[in-house]
Design a protein around this ligand. Structure first.
Ligand SMILES: O=C([O-])C(=O)C[C@H](O)[C@@H](O)C(=O)[O-]
Ligand SMILES: [Mg+2]
Length: 443
């Protein structure tokens, strides 16, 4: 199953036992509901990549990252180069990746169509790939030493990590036949969003809520936030239109919701616009779009453009780089939260381990996990009171479900290529053939 990148290995004693003998890459397509965002709608299936590193003494570490072709191409280059390296040499992963990955084609400063993660650059693509390998190496190392990944990061400072309910406007069904179904129903107005939030509370115990905005005109989204505030008095609320609004619109929405939101996430696109909104927003502005690399920090922090950065270990190059980001944020008095994108249980385990080690993670983390019905691990994570217990088992504390992995990989193999690259605009065109990538700002 998947693709094997291996190395003839004889020595299996001492630290050479931790030499990587084989890397396995398994791209998968996982079911995803029709969640709406400013670009369009999620495809019925979304790509992820499962990475396995196998050491000379037979320990397998697992990692997960984006599975689109542009990531997979780089992952193959790194997987080819990795056998013979040690799972301990985590710093070396970055230099190795810089050497072997080169400058991928097709990168630009245009906004990423699928991930809504700001400008797409070679650095970001490479680091998102390295992150999956770093997590796999940490998992293998933890298993070899008999310690959890959080211990390899210096130890947990909390036993449970709090997550936030990630609310989406959504359709009841995908606009294509044969797509996976769920029983959440549509949510296209304040009542629908409140009903969705109630189910998140009932099933998972979440105590705070983030609404994905940029879908409906701003006044409609303001009404949805107000409805949530009435339904859940005093609970933290966030709104994230992924940069869909002008500076003026962002100021208007902030004015309407001051005192109601704990933060407003990426109201407008770009650091300059965020800085202008921040001057009068009356609440913290958060981002996972204008600060997603270290190079973007100086301008954003010195201009006061953002007060909260949403870390995401996939973006930042792994768990240890996420901790470096936390240190920079601490230095500048900028808050830290956590971002997510459609992901499986391996990534959720990695998110939980790193979140457990960062003392100043002051906000409940985002996770798409409740929307995912499929997984590649044997025991799915379960939220209690909106929290996940931090695993103390060796490594990440998850085990691969090889039957599930094989089935989800087969789906990827069977796909004609239409779904292998997430494209929310293309998915929207199935319902609205005239749909094109919305101009920014949309409102
Ligand atoms: O906080 C965010 O910007 C996200 O979670 C980005 C995601 O791509 C989200 O918009 C989604 O899943 O549609
Ligand atoms: Mg966001």
């Amino acid at each position: 199953m998947g693709e094997r990148h291996s190395h003839r290995q004889t020595a299996v004693g001492g630290t050479s036992a931790l030499t990587i003998a084989e890397v396995r890459l398994t791209p998968v397509l996982i079911a995803d509901p029709p969640l709406l965002n400013t670009q369009g709608v999620h495809q019925p299936y979304t790509p992820r990549l499962i990475i396995e590193v196998v050491t000379a003494n037979g320990i397998t570490g697992v990692g997960e990252t984006y599975g689109d072709t542009c990531y997979l191409d780089l992952a193959r280059l790194l997987a080819d180069a990795l056998p013979g390296q040690s799972v301990m040499h985590l710093n070396g992963l970055f230099t190795l990746a810089e050497t072997v990955c080169g400058e991928p084609e097709g990168v630009s400063d245009s906004v990423d169509t699928g991930g809504l993660r700001g400008a797409r650059t070679a650095d970001k693509l490479r680091l998102s790939v390295v992150s999956g390998f770093e997590v796999a190496c940490l998992d293998a190392l933890g298993k070899a030493l008999g310690v959890p990944v959080h211990a390899l990061l210096g130890g947990k400072v909390r036993d449970r990590v709090e997550y936030s309910a990630y609310l989406f406007y959504r359709w009841a069904e995908h606009p294509v036949s044969g797509a996976p179904l769920d029983d959440w129903g549509a949510a296209l107005d304040p009542e629908g969003i409140v009903a969705q939030a109630r189910r998140f509370v009932r099933d998972f115990g979440f105590a705070s809520f983030k609404l994905k905005g940029g879908v409906l005109p701003p006044d409609d989204e303001i009404a949805a936030i107000r409805a949530l505030a009435r339904a859940f008095p005093g609970r933290p609320l966030r709104l994230d239109p992924n940069g869909a609004w002008s500076v003026e619109t962002s100021r208007y929405v902030a004015g309407q919701l001051v005192g109601t939101l704990e933060y407003l996430e990426d109201p407008t696109s770009g650091t300059a616009g965020m800085a202008r909104v921040a001057q009068s927003a009356g609440m913290p502005l958060a981002t996972n779009m204008c600060v997603t690399t270290f190079a973007e920090i100086p301008e954003a922090f010195t201009r006061g453009a953002v007060q909260v950065v949403l870390c995401d270990h996939h973006y930042w190059g792994g768990l240890r780089r996420t901790r470096e980001l936390a240190a920079v944020c601490r230095t500048f008095g900028v808050g830290l939260s956590m971002h997510s994108n459609t992901h499986l249980g391996i990534s959720l385990a990695a998110m939980t381990h790193v979140a457990a080690t960062v003392p100043d993670l002051g906000y409940a983390c985002d996770s798409h996990y409740p929307w995912q019905t499929e997984d590649v691990i044997t025991a799915r994570h379960t939220f209690h009171g909106g929290r996940l217990t931090v695993s103390d088992a060796p490594g990440l504390g998850v085990a691969l479900d090889r039957t599930a992995l094989k089935a989800l990989h087969q789906r990827w193999l069977d796909d004609d290529g239409a779904l292998r690259d997430r494209d929310d605009c293309a998915a929207m065109r199935k319902a609205d053939p005239a749909w094109t990538t919305p101009a920014v700002p949309r409102w």
